[in-house]
Design a protein around this ligand. Sequence first.
Ligand code: 5GP
Ligand code: ZN
Length: 136
Amino acid sequence: MRDENCIFCKIANGEIPSKAIYEDEDFKVILDLGPATKGHALILPKAHAANLFELPEETAAKAMVLAKKLGKQMTENLKADGLNLVQNNGEAAGQTVHHFHLHLIPRYENDGQHILWNPGEVSQEELEEIKNTIIG
Ligand code: 5GP
Ligand code: ZN
């Protein structure tokens, strides 16, 4: 349930202080210490799971319901113009803390952030091959 060396286990279970905006028996939701924007928050399950693939389905479902509820509350109360949900799995995807977390990033007009990618190009043949690889 808990990983002794995991900082988010310690934060989610109250051993390390944090600014929590929500808590229940399964989750703690904290403000990020290196925020992309004002109000950037992290949904942390209290039970350790390294990433989305290790997360129990029930917890994954609850995390999305929580993101909807808190995302709306944050967007309204902070007068944000939009909201990004970001969730990184693996170092190649930018994950730096290996305890599942769902980023809630309020967005403001001209906030200077770029949570975007450069669109590539792909042929119909390549799409067909990729589709078949994924579905196996
Ligand atoms: P990742 O890159 O793994 O998706 O995101 C990790 C996030 O955790 C980063 O946005 C980083 O600022 C945040 N973070 C790392 N350590 C701490 C901490 O000790 N407290 C808080 N509140 N946020 C942290
Ligand atoms: Zn952990």
